[in-house]
Design a protein around this ligand. Structure first.
Ligand code: IVH
Length: 433
């Protein structure tokens, strides 16, 4: 039987591998949610067996690894991460703990959107941008000033000659992200899994001219030194020339926080950038200071994460469906996997060109995503199987066996038989509906 000690070591190894692929190679092989679950299991085990905690455990560090290609900068104040709440229960527990710690019945909260990008720290001296740094491990990050300067929404000169630090989120718009992945397809480079990886990859380009071609964007949310409250700080940032996210509320009601969450969970697709949840922050700086922070995250803020939309699983087979018009579409048959509370067994592969673009073969581990569409899609291959089987579209209809045709310039193959049972059945269903 496995002992807690061996399980802990196993989890640590697994996490180290994921961290390396995520932060150093920008090539994650699991979804963020899955990664979080592994870390949580390790945290639970370490809490139950504190004697087994070692300083080199992945739980004992603020953040990611610095890749080494850029010079580093040590922060005057660490750039902490956020604890996550995955349910209203967890959110309510957090709220209760906050109120208990500061002995108050009611707290003013600021609720902001959690932008799916990467945080950077900007150092301004006498109103001029001096240094731009990635979050790195939270204590020191990589100096990427030249790249940060290409971001139009980061002022090079402030409206007042102040010496401050500003923190916020660098992100890529949805359109830019899609375009970037198309370019990567053409260049036969692996796709980025999400806009954040794409933004991270872009910000760490060695050539700023290349970065400038990928219009990165920036929302500011922290100014140092702090003012009296988060609300005041956001106003100040805006006054200095920064773009702040307009979608935020100030409230003392947890029900209002939950309503805001529900609203954005259903409306997130309407934004032209991606969000992965909300950030709930205690508004008053004095209370924030009272609450303090752990080594990893402040106690005065929490990320209310939206349910996961991505997961990894194995592509077991590719089945070919015949539609009403005779179009043959490949459908991914997956090892069942749960994504945000729904069990997924199939995903769309669209057509054979898409299969080629993805470079996917049967047996591979793939990243799938439940996006705004009803049918989940295969985003990319995360690890090719050693015994992978290449898929080929059939030359004959999988239902009636008559020959299929692909017209010049068309992406789809069609079964042209008038009597194909699949076509007849689909046509009947269409008519009946
Ligand atoms: S505040 C100490 N506000 O989420 C508090 N973070 O998962 C620091 N993020 O590292 C963060 N939107 O990169 C804050 N409105 C927002 C945010 C936000 C996105 C990111 C940030 C942070 C990560 C934690």
């Amino acid at each position: 039987m496995e002992t807690p000690g061996t399980r802990i070591e196993e989890l640590r190894d697994e996490i180290r591998g994921h961290e390396y692929r995520y932060f150093v190679q920008n090539e994650p092989t699991v979804s963020d949610y899955e990664f979080d679950q592994i870390v949580r299991e390790l945290q639970r085990l370490e809490q139950a067996h504190p004697e087994l905690i070692t300083p080199d455990s992945p739980t004992q560090r603020v953040g990611e690894q610095v890749s080494g290609s850029f010079p580093s900068h040590t922060f005057r104040q660490p750039m902490l991460s956020l604890d996550n709440a995955y349910s209203f229960e967890e959110l309510k527990d957090w709220d209760r703990r906050v109120r208990e710690r500061v002995s108050r019945d009611e707290i003013d909260y600021i609720v902001e959107l959690k932008i799916d990008g990467l945080s950077v720290n900007l150092v301004y001296h006498d109103g001029r941008l001096e240094t731009g740094v990635t979050r790195g491990d939270g204590h020191s990050g990589e100096i990427v000033t030249a790249n940060v300067r290409t971001i139009r929404t980061i002022p090079l000169r402030l409206r007042e000659p102040v010496s401050i630090e500003v923190r916020g989120e660098v992100f890529l718009g949805r359109d830019t992200f899609l375009r970037l992945n198309e370019e990567r397809d053409s260049a036969e480079l692996p796709r980025f899994a999400n806009p954040r990886n794409a933004a991270a990859g872009s910000l760490r380009q060695v050539d700023p001219a290349l970065v400038a071609e990928r219009p990165l964007d920036f929302f500011a949310y922290t100014i140092l030194p702090r003012g009296r409250s988060q609300a005041e700080d956001l106003e100040r940032l805006s006054g200095l020339g920064f773009k702040i996210n307009p979608n935020c509320v100030r409230t003392r009601s947890l029900d209002a926080v939950i309503a805001f969450y529900e609203r954005w969970e259903s409306e997130r697709e309407e934004l032209d950038y991606e969000i992965d949840g909300l950030v709930v922050k205690v508004d008053a700086t004095s209370l924030q200071e009272k609450l303090g922070a752990t080594t990893k995250a402040p106690r005065w803020a929490i990320a209310a994460k939206f349910p996961a939309r991505q997961a990894t699983t194995r592509l077991v087979d590719i089945r070919v469906q015949v539609g009403r018009t005779g179009a043959l579409t490949p459908v991914a048959e997956l090892e069942a996997v749960e994504v945000g509370g729904v069990t997924i067994r199939n995903a769309s592969l669209h057509n054979e060109d898409e299969i080629e673009r993805l470079g996917v073969s049967i047996g591979d581990r793939v990243l799938i995503e439940r996006g705004g569409d009803v049918i989940p899609k295969v985003v990319k291959v995360v690890s090719p199987a050693p015994d992978r089987r290449t898929f080929k579209m059939p030359e004959t209809c999988p239902v009636c066996r008559s020959r299929v045709f692909r017209e010049e310039g068309e992406v789809l193959r069609r079964c042209l038989s008038q009597t194909c049972p699949a076509k007849v059945k689909e046509a009947f269903l269409h008519w009946a509906s």
